[in-house]
Write a protein that binds this ligand. Structure first.
Ligand code: MRU
Length: 352
């Protein structure tokens, strides 16, 4: 079976699966320029922290390829504009800026050297985007392998949102850990939060787990606490959109409630994420920008209004889970344990 990935770079063209249509329809669409990429991210045709970073890297490349070479200074100015534009598509997942910063840095480092022709620069910047994609898949496999150490031989695992192959370059972070345990022959059952209002759990995580043949049940978000209390869940594992210096972690709205419920029920709560999700510029979670999305996404379901006309919903796309609720953070380089204030910085410096 071909490894699932939300995007493809084929013959210098970028294609993504329109995730808004899953699981009913697997439709690949081409994104022709940086504007297409911007709207695909903003409108959630592609979503998930690492995946939006990767697609933005290709968006940057598409933007570069459309430029007319007037001078090196001109190209740098235009690229900075493309970097800012793509970076503004969604605010919370730091992977978006991480990938764009890497692309801009690479392009600028080439543009200051006279020995590179514009065509050479395009080729090298293309390899950088391809590397970002390929590295991400490797990183996820390593996260899976590392996280597997925390999974008992028989486990019922709760997950939230979608942190599987569709949210990254391939394989998945939280789902990568679950896959790795499953591939090793462990007896795994997954409880998949449906994840209102966008239903990433019911639509995407369940779609992926079904393809992988992993036993799972979709549950309503508000069932999680009682299932924990009934002893049906052994551990919780989620992905992350941004982890800051003290371990506070932004992830899909609802993650914080799960973490508190897990603590109350003495169930381990783990976060699985690549190092590209760490934001070492922020000392705690209070400054993480939390995306506010349209009220319509909450009050309209499948084209039908469910709340009285004129009533608005508050729709925060993410929440921030304080570090004290997180028992371990699984990365490609190993597992970080509390106290995070001390251990994250130590870990990041030792992995450089
Ligand atoms: O709004 P989304 O679907 O982009 O939110 C995605 C999540 O919150 C994921 O859990 C997170 O990005 C981790 S994905 C590896």
């Amino acid at each position: 079976m071909r490894e699932l990935s939300p995007l493809r770079w084929r013959d210098k063209r970028l294609y993504i699966i329109d995730q808004r249509l899953l699981p009913a329809k697997e439709k690949w669409v081409e994104l022709k320029d940086e504007r297409d990429v911007f709207f695909a991210i903003r409108d959630m045709q592609i979503r998930g922290a690492p995946a939006i970073g990767i697609v933005a890297a290709f968006g940057f490349l598409l933007g570069l390829r459309r430029l007319k070479f007037r001078s090196r200074k001109y190209v740098v100015k235009k690229l900075r504009h493309i970097h800012r534009f793509l970076g503004s598509a969604r605010p919370t997942a730091i992977n978006l800026m991480w990938a764009l910063n890497r692309m801009l840095k690479r392009a600028e480092s080439l543009l200051v050297e006279d020995r590179y022709q514009f065509e050479d620069i395009i080729k090298i910047v293309e390899s950088e985007a391809i590397n970002i994609l390929n590295e991400d898949v490797k990183v996820n496999r390593m996260i899976g392998k590392n996280g597997n150490q925390l999974i008992p031989t028989s486990a019922s695992i709760l997950t939230h949102c979608n942190a599987g192959a569709l949210a990254v370059g391939g394989y998945g972070t939280a789902i990568g850990v679950i896959r790795s345990a499953f591939e090793e022959g462990k007896n795994i059952t997954v409880f998949v939060d449906e994840t209102r209002p966008y239903l990433q759990g019911a639509r995407l995580t369940s779609y992926e787990l079904k393809k992988l043949g992993i036993r799972h049940f979709v549950i309503t978000d508000n069932a999680a606490g009682f299932l924990m209390r009934l002893g049906k869940i052994d551990l919780v594992i989620t992905g992350a959109d941004r982890i800051v210096r003290n371990g506070d972690t932004a992830n899909k709205i609802g993650t914080y409630s799960l973490a508190v419920l897990a603590k109350e029920n003495k169930i381990p709560f783990y976060v699985a994420a690549p190092l590209s999700t760490f934001d070492m510029d922020l000392k705690d979670g209070s400054r993480i920008p939390v995306e506010e999305r349209s009220s319509e996404e909450v009050v309209v379901i499948a084209g039908k209004r469910i709340a009285p006309k004129g009533i608005k919903a508050i729709h925060l796309g993410f929440d921030v889970t304080p570090a004290k609720y997180i028992d371990a953070i699984i990365t490609e380089r190993g597992i970080i344990y509390p106290p995070y204030k001390k251990n994250i910085i130590k870990f990041i410096n030792s992995s450089k």
